[in-house]
Design a protein around this ligand. Structure first.
Ligand code: KMH
Ligand code: ZN
Length: 277
């Protein structure tokens, strides 16, 4: 822990649902709008300033339906002041038109993956013209992108979009490490990515599976922010399923406290991210 990072509030993000997980993998996965809202409010109470949202249809399948996103966004907003960040990644194979739909729910933030990448046995497609279109749509609506970096070139592409005027500074990056086929969750990779992040930006780490908490620890020590949640990892510890997203957030919050990093409230996070009022 460098002295400059001590006491720097950490922005905890909780990715509640994702698009790939099923109830077969964990019975605790929230699926219906009511379950997602309840899980969101609980995760926020446990310390998450940002909630990263995917939604599901009435069969539990991933959907980009505007109506479902709006229902979930409205439900959470009625009950807490968390920063809501919709996914524009959706599920592998979603159409470009569908992936633009969550922006209609008027969130404060949205994810923006700035390149294509192998994603397990599939390919998460993000051609440049579509990434530019997403960035333009976010800018037009005053939605701050979280630049999702699954591989190194995505960081450079995020900076390029800012140079082209499609993303406003300060930039916010989420370093997604450990997806099979993408950049692995190692300290060396984290250091390499962080060394390329422009001054004045903010960054978080979202590592998947068993790397979630070890990489969160490194992010805390290096002055970064942390994303946890069932989308990325369903285990509280080896062999023990998290019974809620709040449990994962609470664990991240206690790691942060032990590292001397208080968790930021949503209001503090809005300031740190320079979100528009
Ligand atoms: N479900 C993945 C294919 C995001 O939310 O922007 C993409 C994803 C990233 O989850
Ligand atoms: Zn996501």
């Amino acid at each position: 822990m460098s002295p400059s990072n001590r006491n720097l509030p950490v922005i905890l993000t909780c990715a509640l649902v994702g698009a790939e997980l099923t109830r077969e993998q964990t019975p605790y996965l929230p699926l219906s709008p009511e379950e997602i809202v309840a899980s969101a409010v609980e995760a926020h109470s446990a310390g998450a300033a940002i909630l990263h949202l995917h939604v599901r249809d009435d069969q539990g399948r991933p959907t980009c339906s505007e109506a479902v996103f709006q229902e979930v966004v409205r439900g959470i907003r009625e009950r807490c002041d968390a920063i809501l960040q919709v996914s524009t990644g959706g599920a592998v194979g979603d159409s470009e038109a569908d992936r633009l739909r969550p922006l209609e729910a008027a969130p404060e933030m949205a994810s923006l993956t700035t390149g294509s990448v192998n994603f397990g046995d599939e390919v998460f497609l993000n051609p440049r013209p579509f990434v530019q279109k997403l960035a333009e749509a976010m800018k037009a609506r005053g939605i701050k992108p979280e630049i999702e970096v699954f591989d190194a070139a995505m960081l450079e592409e995020g900076i390029r979009l800012a140079d082209e005027g499609l993303i406003e500074s300060p930039l916010h990056f989420d370093l997604v490490l450990g997806v099979p086929g993408a950049l692995s969750a190692t300290e060396r990779n984290l250091d390499f990515l962080v060394s390329g992040i422009p001054e004045g930006s903010t960054w978080s780490v979202a590592a998947v599976g068993r790397w979630q908490f070890p990489m969160a620890q490194l992010a805390l020590e290096k002055g970064g922010h942390v994303r946890v949640g069932m989308e990325d990892n369903i285990y509280l510890e080896k062999g023990v399923l998290a019974k809620s997203n709040a449990e994962l957030v609470a664990k991240a919050k206690s790691l942060a406290a032990a590292a001397g990093r208080p968790s930021a409230s949503s209001a503090e996070a809005r300031d740190m991210l320079r979100l528009r009022p």
